[in-house]
Design a protein around this ligand. Structure first.
Ligand code: OGA
Ligand code: NI
Length: 363
């Protein structure tokens, strides 16, 4: 075998060895390591490109949802949602109606899950995507250019029969069930605002099934001894309709805005909302699904809970294309209609592909 072939082989071995520990990145940190293993180091071209990134000292819009029931304020909020969704694809919301203790307990449950006895945690380690509870490090470990500095626990709330919560890990069960109920309610409120912001009836997106079923993808980003060499989450856009993200007070989330990087500053009690690829698709490009990433940090752990609304992924024959009311002769469809199950499958196998929407769904 030639030199590069041998190198590839070593890398595969290292990835497998890491995966087989089932202890994730937290396990590496607990072993007292001072340098990050090579499988986490970004390729040289990426590290070089990093030096060219400009940082902007601007803030993602913060929208106060407090006056939603008052006619004037309602109009104003819809307008703010429209502007943020068309330009940034990101905004934060405050006074969204989910009690602070529900948010804090959700984050605390995830902290406890990740910091419990490793043998207990290992029981959930899997790469079987059909499981309701999936714990692993880097869902795309074997297909990405380099591994990222995070562990992930995903809890699915996609099927009505999944109301039975006994399968969920004990340490975060109660808080996740509670948070799930609230976040679903907020999801429906946001869908009404997003529909109105598109000039549609408030029920339009909800009737399309955009908030049917959701997944809580919870991330644990341990402290990192060499944060400049890796990332917490690689640059990507979210594949579903929209995401509600809860983060603790450790920085890390950055979005790409007008060729600059913008930090999404944690605000205690706020939630970050972002438009996903499917909403960009059904809005025929009116709303933006923006690229974002998470940087690694000397400080940790950063904890985040991404709630993905990706539609009824377990139903057959669900198709999504640009909404008819939004297309006309002047506004021809930019994207083609996709079969939801097919689309999700392609996303999962593609890994975090930067140009997923363009590659698979262009009209
Ligand atoms: C995601 C994501 C951001 C974060 O899970 O898609 O972008 O702060 N997460 O963890
Ligand atoms: Ni994301």
């Amino acid at each position: 075998m030639d030199a590069s072939g041998a190198q590839e082989y070593d890398r595969m071995q290292e990835l497998k060895a890491f995966d087989e520990t089932k202890a994730g990145v937290k396990g590496l940190i607990d072993s007292g390591l001072q340098k990050i293993p090579k499988i986490f180091v970004r390729p040289a071209d990426e590290l070089e490109e990093e030096l060219n990134h400009k940082r902007a000292q601007i803030e993602v819009p913060v929208i106060d949802m407090g006056g939603l029931d008052k006619v004037d304020q309602h109009k104003q909020i819809v307008e703010e949602v429209r502007i943020a969704s068309e330009t940034w694809g990101f905004f934060q919301v405050v006074n969204h109606g989910i009690p602070l203790n529900v948010l804090d307990e959700m984050l605390d449950g995830i902290l406890k899950f990740n910091e419990q006895d490793v043998e207990e945690k290992k029981k959930y380690y899997t790469r079987d995507n059909t499981r309701r509870v999936i714990f692993n490090s880097n869902y795309d470990l074997f297909s990405s250019r380099n591994a990222s500095w995070r562990d992930t626990l995903t809890l699915s709330f996609s099927d009505p029969h999944q109301n039975d919560s006994k399968e969920l890990p004990a340490l975060c069960r109660k808080s996740a069930v509670e948070y799930s109920k609230h976040v679903e309610e907020l999801g429906n409120i946001l869908l009404a605002l997003l529909s109105e912001a598109l000039g549609l009836e408030p029920e339009h997106l909800r009737n399309m099934g955009c908030a049917e079923g959701h997944r809580l993808t919870t991330h644990y980003y341990p402290e990192c001894p060499e944060p400049e060499l890796t990332l917490g989450t690689a640059k990507h856009s979210d594949p579903g309709f929209f995401t509600i993200l809860l983060q603790n007070q450790i920085n890390g989330l950055q979005i790409f805005f007008q060729n600059q990087l913008v930090d999404v500053q944690p605000i205690h009690g706020a939630l970050v909302i972002n438009i996903g690829d499917l909403l960009q698709l059904v809005s025929n490009g009116k709303f933006r699904s923006n690229k974002h990433r998470v940087v690694a940090n000397h400080l940790g752990p950063r904890i985040s809970v991404a709630c993905f609304f990706s539609g009824p992924i377990n139903k057959d024959k669900v198709f999504y294309g640009p909404i008819k009311e939004l297309i006309s002769e002047e506004n021809p469809p930019v994207y083609k209609e996709v079969l939801l199950q097919d689309y999700i499958m392609k996303f999962v196998t593609a890994g975090l592909d930067e140009n997923f929407l363009l590659n698979y769904c262009k009209a």
